[in-house]
Write a protein of this length. Structure first.
Length: 333
């Protein structure tokens, strides 16, 4: 004989099924006119913030004109903003846009309030921002080859600036020292602006930073430019004649500061699909592409726009940066 569920069990089952049905309906209707917040774990006005604001505008149309607002939750090398999204309600209305720090904080911080592998849904990559190696105007070296010789002849005397521990320039500098097998004195600053100011003033010798921060200085001839960190030369007018470090003798040297989009773990699959579709549409928006090119960035057009490939790429980046940071013995916590 078929047993009838106990009243309490039957009620719980009915509520669970009803909740699941309601959640599914809400997911299908997403975003339903409700605003979406993109958390940027850096201050307003910086490169990542600019990418986020441009992307938000490009994603509005494929999301039925939904309002997308930016929440700058800066501090602690991006970990405050990252943790905020990891703890957010997984409904698709709170997203995270961050840069390569998603892959570097796990090796720079020995204790984190979130897990980069298990606390996020990966939505897709956005762009790659190349780096440039620039020097103070007083340097006599005219090429990267001459600069390399000068560094080798002056061990420990080269001052290499960065925008702070965990910054893009810090990570590029670590990789540069590792590949050159060179001893340099690193000088951390509280941001890129003061680092470039001291470079222009001759207080530091070198800086490796994003094209978003260095292109205008290179174009104006205010700094010595020694190379870009991509395997192919850039098409940006101000940088098209700048050789790659690879062709200058530092074989296979490649560093880009990429950006990606994330949602809290447990966000419904239909919502994730809608967000990924909107992201893909935004990356093909001519106006967005134009804005990114103006920043010296390259919009991603490969498989990394897919969530699974995005996750795989981040895992590879963690594996690449881990040994370099460990060898340097410099951590952010």
């Amino acid at each position: 004989m078929k047993k009838t569920p106990a009243p309490a069990v039957h009620l719980a089952l009915t509520l669970a099924l009803g909740l699941a049905a309601a959640t599914g309906a809400q997911a299908q209707d997403f975003p339903g006119g409700k605003p979406i917040t993109i958390v940027v774990p850096f201050a307003a006005g910086g490169p990542t913030d600019r990418v986020a604001r441009d992307l938000a505008e490009a994603m509005r149309k494929p999301l039925d004109g939904t309002s997308i607002v930016i929440d700058n939750a800066a501090g602690a090398g991006s970990t405050i903003g990252n943790a905020k999204v990891a703890r957010a309600r997984p409904d698709g209305y709170t997203l995270l846009l961050t840069h390569a720090g998603m892959a570097t904080t796990p090796v720079l911080y020995r204790k984190l309030p979130y897990n980069y592998e298990t606390d996020f849904e990966y939505l897709g990559m956005i762009n790659d921002v190349p780096m440039t190696v620039i020097g103070k105007p007083q340097l006599q070296a005219r090429s990267f080859g001459e600069l390399r010789e000068w560094i080798a002849k002056n061990p420990g005397k080269t001052n290499l600036g960065n925008a702070g521990i965990g910054s893009a320039s810090h990570l590029c500098g670590l990789l540069l020292q590792s590949e050159l097998k060179a001893e340099m004195t690193t000088v951390p600053y509280k941001g890129t602006a003061p680092a470039i100011a001291d470079l222009l003033g001759g207080q530091i010798d070198l800086l490796c930073d994003q094209t978003t921060n260095t292109t205008s200085q290179i174009e104006a001839g205010k700094v010595k430019a020694y190379g870009v960190t991509t395997l192919k030369r850039l098409g940006t007018p101000a940088l098209k004649d700048l050789p790659t470090l690879d062709e200058s003798g530092l074989k296979n040297f490649q560093v880009t500061i990429w950006h990606g989009l994330y949602a809290p773990k447990g966000t419904p699959a239909p919502v994730l699909r809608k967000l990924n579709d909107a992201l893909k549409a935004a990356l093909k928006d001519p106006e967005f592409v134009k804005k990114e090119e103006g920043l010296g960035a390259v919009v991603v057009a490969d498989r990394r726009v897919e969530p699974a490939e995005h996750r795989k790429f981040v895992q590879q980046e963690v594996a690449r940066f881990g040994p370099v940071v460990k060898a340097a013995g410099v951590y952010a916590d």
